[in-house]
Design a protein around this ligand. Sequence first.
Ligand SMILES: [Zn+2]
Length: 114
Amino acid sequence: MESLHCLRCNRELEPGHKSVAVYMFAQTVGIRPRQKSAAQRICFCPQCSVSLAMGPPPEGALNTAAWNMIRDLVGSDPALTEAAWDNLRGVVGLLPATGTDGGSGRNSGGYFEF
Ligand SMILES: [Zn+2]
């Protein structure tokens, strides 16, 4: 898997990280043989998605079309905004990779017991 970067801020988006992907391809219509371009995948991190959606419409028909799609996603569910919020606060980096609640580390120091 090639690494992906946010189109707007160039932040690296690792596979499985929260992001918005815009897929785009072109194909001929009414012309034989039908031709189809390779599909492009354009990614935005949650912060940029929310920022774009909240901002004014961009210049250009294609940009406006993508902006409308992102606005649709951001506006229909708060999950993306929450992901941007989490990234902003660095919560994602602080969370343990696996669940660590439970007894194993309870007496391993750092805690006072009364
Ligand atoms: Zn970004």
